[in-house]
Design a protein around this ligand. Structure first.
Ligand code: SF4
Length: 261
């Protein structure tokens, strides 16, 4: 069990995280387009095609995010086109396209299965249009539930997708107080080292975020993820450069047991 900071210290950390989150939102607002991967054509597909985005969420695991998010575009290049119908109707081609060589995902067999299943689900449950997953202005909680029904989308990815759709892609989503942080390795490290959470447990961390920022718990997600990726490294965290250095108690060893990608 780790150490949980005092309520006051935790509130200070949460405030610092939200300030950093606003800075990240301002950077995002000044960009011409949302950037989910540095690969430009791959990013265009994610940002402009709902099935591309949904497929990107499904593929975003066990690989560096830039490469994982480029999977839908790489798949479209190998298939010579892009639609849910194409993916659902040509499963063998999709599996071969994933395998390559080179493979377009670290787990080509499993991920191609998730993607084919996702395309079929969009056809069967959402009239073949992935935007219908979120087009009816759902509540954050309902949308998270719908996303988790897709194979390959966990709590972590569903919570992340709700935040991206709402904050970066401008999708109307109601009751963002029902949004959540994603149980991601970067988020977990920051929560433990900053004393926000006392144990590495998804339910506990989700509850901590809900209590700290009930208006929109998910708003704490991106700043923690960015801090984890940029400064709060697994080994040798760069505390002196970290944006929450002034408020963080720097409980570095509290995250020693955090594993995962
Ligand atoms: S890098 Fe250091 S200051 Fe920043 S969150 Fe991690 S432990 Fe805290």
């Amino acid at each position: 069990m780790g150490t949980r900071a005092s309520d006051r210290s935790r509130q200070e950390v949460a405030r610092a995280l939200l300030v950093f989150g606003e800075e990240l939102d301002a950077i995002e607002a000044n960009r011409l387009s949302t950037v989910l991967t540095i690969n430009e054509p791959a990013n265009d597909l994610l940002v402009n095609d709902p099935w591309g985005f949904l497929c990107g969420v499904i593929c975003d695991y066990q690989m560096p995010a830039d490469r994982a998010w480029a999977t839908p575009y790489n798949l479209s290049q190998r298939l010579g086109g892009w639609s849910v119908e194409l993916v659902a109707s040509r499963p063998m081609e999709v599996r071969r396209a994933f395998l390559g060589p080179p493979a377009i995902h670290r787990f080509p067999n499993q991920t191609s299965g998730f993607v084919i299943d996702g395309a079929r689900r969009v056809i069967d449950s959402y009239d073949g249009d992935a935007s219908n997953v979120w087009a009816d202005e759902p509540t954050a909680r309902d949308l998270q539930r719908r996303l988790i029904e897709f194979k390959g989308i966990s709590q972590k990815k569903a919570a992340m997708a709700v935040e991206i759709l709402y904050a970066q892609l401008g999708v109307p989503i109601r009751e963002m107080e029902g949004s959540d942080i994603a149980y991601d390795v970067h988020v977990r490290r920051v929560m433990l080292r900053s004393g926000l959470a006392e144990r590495d447990d998804v339910a506990h961390m989700v509850e901590v975020a809900r209590a700290l920022h009930p208006e929109r718990p998910g708003a704490l997600d991106l700043p923690m993820w960015e801090i984890g990726r940029t400064w709060c490294h697994k080994s040798a965290p760069d505390c002196d450069s970290c944006v929450i250095a002034q408020s963080c108690p720097r409980l570095v060893s509290a995250a020693d047991g955090v594993r995962g990608a």
